[in-house]
Design a protein around this ligand. Structure first.
Ligand code: ZN
Length: 532
């Protein structure tokens, strides 16, 4: 266990009996592990001995789905506690283009209020673009004494799970946690000081357990970089490296536990909500891929640190329930996947970038570029009379390439009804529709073949990614656990949009089905139900 967490365990630990029934927990703890695909979870599941083993030992859906097409962090986190697909939540991607935005840069970040700038410049972090209430918003509406606290390794995870009415939202920013400014708990400053002290000490390399050994192999990448063997050694004072390592998850859990203790969450007259976004798996997946010793070390650290976190909650004697899932899945680098037998795994052909396709459209139609802005938005400078022609030609050029599965335009996606069937049966067009918002979504949807990693040239910070319509990016674990839970593996599929109605049912909150895309999952064993 990480030293920060160990310190807190020592401070707070005391023997307290666990409660056996999940009905009406006093504290709901929603944890998102960024980029934890169902594949990765299953691959490592036999090796977990800590918190992930405990949480997987409740009602476990191994076949969960972030059902929509644009499997990115912001839309994924927005599904977890709202019960809404991106089409309803409004959070279609991490960034989108708004040509009416009141500034020169028309790219909007999902978790900002672009009408305002933050003190000192930069984006003003805000849930203003989230169009639906979160569980915490609904809890507070039912009883104003309910409190919501969100802590994230990324601002967007804290904001999208915390919602509009979060009492406190904290996120990692340049070596410390910063908040939404709403009367922060004094303990937060002490945790930040402990984190600063941890950063100031150098970090020796982690020692991989034996089973990580088979993954501990250097994989050379184009450009001279190689991945597969990094052990997270860190120089004293390197806050950036701290923030991209297992240490930042330990820091996030430490801050979360400290806030539970300071604010006495789970001890008030109404139930409380703690949302925790753990970002390290995603940073590590992007930087090193998911198949090397780096992810092995990360998941083992996370398992241990989550174990410490749960022991802290146990020690406080709280009646709590945990749900753990991910904002999206992901997949390893094609270079290593080829060595493992995926002969067709490949990187995106640079000929398919929007600049190259746009240039070709401009040349053939005699138009001035750029033709596309952002992720396939037609530039406003393309004359109205030529827009249909430009879109059709781009679709034709893209569609003729063997790396492209299919290209759709906005009208085709908009005409599709929102899918209501189980997520494993959804067509690609269904998935796109669940991600589509008129006036916010792009003009063209380019779906690459499943074997394509959409990073043409790996860089030191991005070698692998997610974001596609395919199941390796859609499938995530959905795990419900509470002290005393009886292990139950469920083979049926579930969606992350089912989490909010399920938790609302447990808390006795009524959620009209017309307000959500998910359904309540009955997670109480026997004849009782949380869904009546
Ligand atoms: Zn993510």
């Amino acid at each position: 266990m990480n030293k920060l967490l160990a310190l807190l365990v020592a401070i707070f630990a005391s023997a307290a009996p666990a409660t056996a029934a999940p009905a009406r927990p006093k504290l709901v703890v929603a944890i998102s592990v960024d980029q934890l695909s169902a594949d990765l979870f299953e691959q490592y599941r036999p090796h977990f001995t800590g918190g992930l083993k405990r949480i997987a030992g409740g009602v476990a859906y191994g076949n969960g789905y972030q059902a929509h097409a644009t499997t990115e962090t912001c839309p994924g986190h927005a599904t977890i506690l709202t019960g809404a697909h991106p089409a309803r939540s409004g959070i279609i991607a991490n960034h989108w283009i708004d040509f009416a935005a009141p500034r020169a840069d028309k790219q909007v970040y999902c978790a900002e209020d672009e009408r305002l700038s933050a003190p000192g410049g930069g984006a003003r972090i805000s849930p203003v673009h989230l169009r639906v209430p979160t569980l915490g918003d609904r809890m507070k509406r039912a009883d104003s004494r309910s409190r919501t606290v969100a802590v994230g390794g990324k601002d967007r995870s804290a904001v999208m799970m915390g919602g509009q009415a979060a009492d406190q939202a904290w996120w990692w920013s340049n070596g410390r946690f910063v908040s939404n400014g709403a009367s922060p708990a004094p303990v937060a400053e002490r945790v930040n000081q402990a984190i600063a002290a941890a950063i100031a000490r150098p970090r020796p390399p982690l020692v991989p357990p034996g089973f990580c050994g088979e993954r501990d192999r250097a994989i050379p990448l184009a450009g001279g970089n190689n991945v597969g063997t990094f052990r997270f050694a860190r120089a004293a004072g390197d806050a950036a490296a701290f923030g991209q390592s297992p240490e930042v998850d330990a820091a996030t859990l430490t801050m979360a536990a400290a806030l539970v203790q300071q604010l006495q969450l789970g001890r008030g007259p109404a139930p409380d909500l703690l949302a925790v976004g753990l970002a390290a798996s995603d940073f590590i997946g992007h930087r090193y891929g998911s198949g090397g010793v780096e992810m092995c070390l990360q998941l083992m650290s996370l398992d241990s640190d989550l174990g410490g976190f749960l022991r802290l909650l146990d020690g406080m004697g709280l009646d709590y329930l945990v749900v753990l899932t991910a904002d999206h899945g992901g997949r390893d680098i094609p270079e290593r996947r080829r060595l493992q037998g995926a002969a067709d795994a490949t990187r995106l052909d640079p000929a398919l970038t929007r600049e190259r396709i746009g240039d070709e459209v401009a040349r053939r139609l005699g138009l001035a570029g750029p033709i596309f802005v952002g992720n396939w938005y037609l530039a406003p400078t393309v004359p109205a009379s030529r827009r249909a022609e430009a879109l059709a030609l781009a679709g034709q050029l893209l569609g003729a390439h063997p790396q492209v599965h299919k290209v759709y335009d906005a009208a085709q996606v908009a005409a599709q009804p929102i899918p209501r069937t189980p997520p494993e049966s959804w067509s690609v067009l269904d998935r796109l529709r669940a991600s589509y918002v008129p006036g916010r979504s792009p003009d063209l949807f380019v779906v690459h073949q499943p074997n394509v990693t959409p990073i043409a040239n790996p860089t030191p910070t991005a070698v692998a990614t997610h974001g596609s319509v395919w199941d390796h990016d859609r499938r995530v674990p959905i795990l419900f656990w509470w002290p005393g839970a009886i292990p139950e593996q469920r083979s049926a599929s579930a969606m992350t949009v089912d989490i909010m109605p399920t938790l609302a049912g447990l808390l006795g909150l009524s959620v009209p089905p017309a307000e959500v895309d998910g359904r309540c999952l009955d997670i109480i064993p026997g004849a009782e139900s949380n869904c009546d």
